[in-house]
Ligand binder design. Structure first.
Ligand code: ADP
Ligand code: MG
Length: 685
């Protein structure tokens, strides 16, 4: 066989033809290097060998035994074949049954010894196994070891991946590039890379597995941490427009309320950034309702005072519309002009807006991603604000700041991220936290109920409406081709039903399939109070502000993430009246109940996020789509907090010494970071 290396096409491995190669590519495996980094999802412990006498029903073990009689073959019913045999070890016997594997007749003969691996069934007096894995004693391929379990795809079984790994590992593990500088490896007692790969795939024992995992997790977190620090450094080097300080009291005095201390602090931190001569990259994190929009307005005012335009980007058009109105409210009194750019707008209006913008007559432009488009030319863009930041990725962040030479960037997030994760996800940003709600905010009383409360819930909706308040009802997004579990109603159906229940109430509906214009209209009707009950899918999730709404009902609440539910709850409790959130779910499972209970117990978004992290793991915070960070392969941030801290500290130490990772020992690390972020060389070099 020809020698293989990391770049060898997977097709050259024995057992891989065109069809298998195609299937493997669905797992992201096209060459040997990618094969080796396809790490096991879990392991099956096949190390425990028992005698038939000592094993108990329900245990999954290996049993060394001899075939006591020739297997008996029979047809049970059409298409179902049965192979039965008896096995014995020193002291006891057991029945073994195989379904639809009649060919095993030729393998299992009386007097031959095997190791059988499987779950023991039956009773203590009459034990049996069904479809066990087995192999001759001493072979140790399928039994007697810790077996890796890989993520699979159609056409690719676990056994194939194991055999490919067995082929590739011995030759190629030593070729894997070592990213960690020797000094770091020494200092943190991390094993060598080949050992790590050999033992993450085929652990010699549990201790070796732990050593291998720790090394790989460390590497992953360390690399990410260095990458974020490097990004931050690049940015800090970038010169920004240098603004002159202004008396913010002039702006504050125009407000109908007094800003909270937390709001003032966030504004002051941003202003300081913008006066420093470098470009700002700041995240403002604050729970729903903490008043982030005001902070945005204050910064826009400040930029305008310095003769600059601002762009304000929202994740949805509905929110952009709302921000337009809010910004006009805050800024028009100063003669600041605010415009909007959206998908559904006439060609003429669009051209006019763009012209006003490029010749500098428009001070503030609000919109969605469209603000990043090539057609959008600013005259003097000084500040870019993105709302609900977690929906924009790292890459978009940098695209944004490129738009305006030296423009300042402020991002606002209402999704509290547990502090530990924030260090990684926002490692390239400075962070302000608004940890105080405007005065007079009451907590939203939250209850989890099941269908048996339907009548009482309807009574409650009626009561709210009769008192002149408004009600949100949120249904999960239903895809057309979803196999609908029972009782999962679409927003439209639910709205129709409510209309029947409450013929006198005005029921509106907003859902994903409506045209933007229709959505906007339905939303506007709710905002202006012409609609009592708004039934919607999660389009209202972020930001929409209707102070008169006092009740949020979430149907099939088990289908939402905790942080998402917290966001939804934040849509009410924005006015003076007591507000409620009712989570409707018939899911009786313990996890579902435990999750909803978290919301009933606290109104604090950070606590909700911590719990969400604990109950669901970091996947959701860390999913690639949300923030553009590379996917994590080994690290489970919840379980691996200690390694995270260690990796962070190591990154810190290393970059104090070599802030640009320029030294020879850091070259592989630098290369890796570059490919992870797929940054073109001009941003990176
Ligand atoms: P979020 O942080 O969720 O974006 P908003 O900026 O939408 O919150 O603010 C929520 C509501 O609180 C708005 O109606 C806003 O006008 C009001 N608000 C903001 N700051 C204050 C304040 N300091 N005092 C009173 N009300 C405030
Ligand atoms: Mg907001």
């Amino acid at each position: 066989m020809i020698p293989i290396d990391l770049t060898t096409d997977i097709r050259y491995l024995r057992g891989v033809g065109e069809t298998k190669a195609k299937a493997l590519s669905r797992l992201g495996i096209t060459n040997v290097g990618e094969l080796l980094t396809h790490l096991p999802r879990s392991y099956e412990d096949r190390t425990r060998i028992c005698t038939i006498a000592e094993v108990q029903p329900d245990e999954t073990v290996c049993i060394a035994a001899m075939v006591a009689e020739e297997p008996r073959f029979s047809y049970v019913r059409k298409g179902m074949e049965l192979l039965k045999l008896r096995i014995v070890d020193g002291a006891a016997a057991m029945d073994v049954t195989f379904f639809n594997q009649s060919y095993l007749r030729n393998t299992l003969h009386r007097g031959d010894s095997f190791i059988f691996y499987g779950k023991v069934e039956g009773t203590p007096l009459h034990k049996s196994m069904t479809n066990p894995k087995f192999e001759p004693e001493g072979k140790n391929r399928l039994t007697g070891r810790i077996l890796p379990v890989y993520a699979l795809t159609a056409g690719i079984g676990n056994a194939l991946l194991i055999s490919l790994m067995e082929t590739a590992l011995p030759e190629c593990a030593p070729l894997l590039p070592e990213l960690l500088p020797e000094s770091i490896r020494q200092e943190h007692s991390l094993c060598a890379l080949p050992f790590a790969y050999e033992n993450i795939h085929f652990p010699r024992d549990y201790e070796s597995l732990a050593i291998a995992r720790r090394r790989l997790i460390f590497e992953e977190l360390f690399t990410l941490q260095c990458a974020m620090k490097l990004l931050k450094l690049r940015r800090e080097r970038g010169a920004g427009r240098k603004f002159q300080s202004r008396d913010m009291e002039e702006f504050y005095a125009s407000l109908p309320f007094t800003p909270t201390d937390a709001q003032r602090r966030a504004v002051a931190e941003a202003v300081e950034d913008m006066c420093g001569g470098l470009s700002m990259s700041r995240l403002v994190q604050g729970d729903v309702g903490s008043g982030k929009t005001l902070v945005a307005a204050a910064c826009i005012w400040f930029a305008w005072k310095n003769g600059c335009q601002s762009a304000f980007m929202a994740p949805t058009e509905i929110l952009a519309e709302q921000h337009l109105r809010t910004m006009e409210g805050f800024l028009a009194p100063f003669g600041i002009s605010v415009g909007i750019l959206k998908g559904a707008m006439g060609v003429k209006a669009r051209r006019e807006t763009l012209a006003l913008l490029s010749d500098g007559h428009l001070d503030v432009l609000v919109g969605t991603h469209a603000l990043l488009g090539d057609a959008v030319q600013y005259d003097r863009l000084g500040l870019v604000i993105t709302d609900e930041q977690h929906r924009f990725g790292v890459n978009q962040r940098s695209a944004l700041s490129k738009k305006g030479e030296g423009a300042h960037v402020l991002v606002m997030s209402a999704t509290p991220i547990p502090r530990t994760l924030a260090l990684i996800i926002y490692g390239d940003l400075d962070v302000s936290v608004i940890d105080e709600l405007p005065p007079g905010r009451q907590t939203v009383k939250t209850f989890a109920v099941d269908e048996s409360y339907r009548a009482r819930l309807n009574g409650f909706i009626r009561k709210q409406a009769e008192e002149g308040h408004q009600v949100f009802v949120v249904c999960p997004m239903v895809e057309e081709n979803d196999e609908l579990p029972e009782k999962l109603k679409s927003a439209t159906e639910h709205a129709e039903e409510l209309q029947k229940t409450f013929p006198k109430l005005r029921i509106g509906c907003v859902h994903g399939k409506m045209k933007p214009k229709e959505k906007e209209k339905a939303m506007a009707a709710f905002v202006s109070g012409e609609v009592d009950v708004l039934v919607s899918t999660t389009v209202v999730e972020v930001g929409v502000d209707v102070p008169n709404a006092t009740l949020m009902v979430v149907e099939n609440a088990e289908r939402f993430g905790l942080s998402q539910l917290h966001q939804l709850r934040g849509r009410v409790g924005r006015g003076k009246a007591q507000s409620w959130c009712i989570l409707v779910s018939d899911d009786k499972s313990e996890t579902a109940r435990a999750r909803l209970k978290v919301l009933c117990a606290t109104n604090d978004g950070f606590k909700v996020a911590e719990e969400d992290l604990r109950l669901r793991g970091p996947g959701d915070f860390f999913g690639q789509r949300q923030h553009g960070l590379p996917e994590m392969h080994v690290a489970d941030l919840q379980a691996d907090m200690d390694v995270l801290r260690e990796a962070q500290q190591a990154a810190e130490t290393l970059m104090e010494r070599d802030s640009e990772l320029q030294s020879e020992e850091c070259r592989p690390l630098r290369e890796k970071i570059r490919t992870l972020f797929e940054l073109n060389s001009d941003t990176w070099n």
